[in-house]
Write a protein that binds this ligand. Sequence first.
Ligand code: MEV
Length: 318
Amino acid sequence: MPAVSASAPGKVILFGEHAVVYGQPAIAAPVTGVAVKVIVQPNLLQPPGSIEIDSPAVDFHATRSELPEQHPLNILFHQIEQTLHIARLPAMKIRINSTLPAGAGMGSSAAVSVAMIRAITRFIGLPLNNEQVNQIAFEVEKAFHGTPSGIDNTVITYQMPIYFIKNYQPRLIHLKEPITLVIANAGEAPSTAEMVAGVRQRWQQFPQRYEQIFRQIGRVVEAALQILENGNWQQLPPLMRENHQLLQEIGVSSPSLDKLVSAALQCGAYGAKLTGGGGGGNIIALVQPEQADSIAQKLREEGALHTWLTTLHPSENG
Ligand code: MEV
């Protein structure tokens, strides 16, 4: 069996984070400038089931037998075996290379899962379809993050902008016009699981108020979908502002995120909002392509630890 590799991109949530956990729709897009690449090769002379995993970027080195039963990677291996109806994966060495920052809200855990599932199943000659890859990646995300909506693994599996409602097949969005975004990192954030748990606690305390905000976020998402599919992206900025304000109201923004959102608007971005779990982490700013570099630089001057540029392109068959 020759070595086989597979890659998966990062992701951003454009609209609807957190409310999506409560059944509202959300929109996410892949970020193709960053990626996880997984290479699988035979582990010669080792018995079946003997798997070595190496992820130099996060200094992780382990064998399958060393991992606790409930470790996300063990869940991934079990899920593949179950889906393919095989007793034991063959002996292999798995190397994970990544330019996708871990813990920065760009979907690194889902990207690792998707790339691993694809690389392993191709390696053994039994590749899975998108739906199966997504299903397994979702099980692994639950092991990583508690009660995720599944949006991260879905957008990363399909590698297209998606309109997503929990427990439903995603709708692939065919963009009418290209969209350029600056993603800026405001610094370390609590884990997504912690942020989601915090919202859950406050939702239990103030159910009516939170339900109302979630529904309002859902309406913003519906309006954004129309614009993305029909063009006229100039109408997106007010929706970004409204979504950011609603996220502030449910307590997931932070002074550093608010500062970067204001800075982005002041230096010429059309719209900006926090993206993902919040509490730190990333904002997205919608910009004119010619201004992307200068806005990214200004955001770094205003305290962003890192910036990325990404353009979402209309799909060819759209
Ligand atoms: C994380 O990318 C998005 C959240 O809505 C959590 C989730 O949907 O699982 C915050």
